[in-house]
Design a protein around this ligand. Structure first.
Ligand code: PPE
Length: 308
């Protein structure tokens, strides 16, 4: 997707011009994928822009960095303030937020420990991740022939740049075959996640999503949807799913920061349920988007207001 450029990016403690937020080609991360990042959204509310689950995202960023022995030279509070600053500096009402912590320039070779750590926070307007119609019409997905990397090869609890090359293979395969997105199985054949989304199914009014132990990312939107669904009175379970569970589901949908709640209307050329967005998916979208706009008192603590 083309990036919509804005004015400023936060880099190592200061706001720099968009065009100046660069790294050297010999940076460690460029060669070995040694970066960790987050994907966060800020939504427009009656009280100005508000960041959805900022604290949870930044905690995950710090956990990812710790896993790879990267020392982030700022506190969570400092990164929180920096996120608010960069949104304000660009005058955005709503945007995507991409903090990136990477091993920079100065050392070559796999050993990352002596390379400097650089921290960036970029923001830009980002619309519907899987296409403009996707939130209403749903998407067509393919079970990938590529397996999700094993957790003992690359820890799925870390959101690390290099780990995404696995999803890149699956995504390319699905697009070349004419689908919108891929879902990967783990080595045992259980469903994990999409290249950038967690997945839920609905069967006879019950929601199920794969457990984190299947090897999917511990998605923050997944957590929000689990909470919202329970609050709406749905029975929700985390259990292993196989591909036929998707084919036989009444409804199926993705969750993710970029994808939000995106209905899945077809899996491997089989219509899911009626082949369009189902009623429970629609209800969850309604509750989710109301909460992101700051309209739901119960979830007020999930928003960090940029102008407060
Ligand atoms: N699984 C994967 C592999 C993944 O990348 C994401 C987020 C999720 C699940 C959902 O997690 P969460 O955002 O915390 O609910 N993918 C991010 C990056 C997408 C991209 O193309 O870049 C995102 O949605 O921001």
């Amino acid at each position: 997707m083309p990036i919509t450029e804005v004015e400023k990016i936060w880099k190592d403690g200061e706001l720099v011009d968009w065009a100046d937020a660069n790294v050297h080609v010999l940076s460690h991360a460029v060669h070995y994928g040694s970066g960790v990042f987050e994907g966060i959204r800020a939504y427009e509310t009656a009280r100005g822009p508000a960041v959805w689950h900022l604290d949870e995202h930044l905690k995950r960023l710090f956990r990812s960095a710790k896993l790879y022995h990267m020392e982030i030279p700022y506190s969570i509070e400092a990164i929180t303030d920096a996120t608010k600053d960069v949104i304000r500096a660009n005058g955005l009402d709503a945007c995507y937020v991409r903090p990136l912590v990477l091993r920079g320039y100065g050392e070559m070779g796999v050993n990352p420990l002596n390379a400097p750590v650089n921290v960036f926070i970029a923001v830009w307007p980002w619309g519907a991740y899987l296409g403009e119609d996707a939130l209403e019409q749903g998407v067509r997905i393919k079970i990938s022939s590529w397996r999700r990397n094993s957790q003992n090869a690359l820890p799925s609890s870390a959101k690390a740049s290099g780990q995404y090359i696995n999803g890149v293979l699956a995504k390319i395969e699905s697009l070349k075959a004419g689908y919108d997105e891929a879902v990967m199985l783990n080595e045992q054949g259980f469903i994990t996640d999409g290249s950038g989304e967690n997945l839920f199914i609905v069967r006879e009014g019950r929601l199920t999503t794969p457990p984190i132990s299947a090897g999917c990312l511990d998605g923050i939107t997944r957590g929000s949807v689990l909470a919202i669904a329970r609050d709406l009175g749905y029975d929700v379970t985390e259990e292993n799913l196989v591909r036929t569970d998707l084919y036989n589901a009444d409804e199926c949908f993705f969750t993710g920061t970029a994808a939000e709640i995106t209905p899945i209307r077809e899996v491997d050329d089989r219509a899911v349920g009626e082949g369009h967005r189902g009623p429970i998916t629609k209800e969850l979208q309604g509750a989710f988007f109301a909460a992101t706009k700051g309209e739901t008192e119960r979830y007020a603590s999930w928003l960090t207001y940029v102008n407060d």
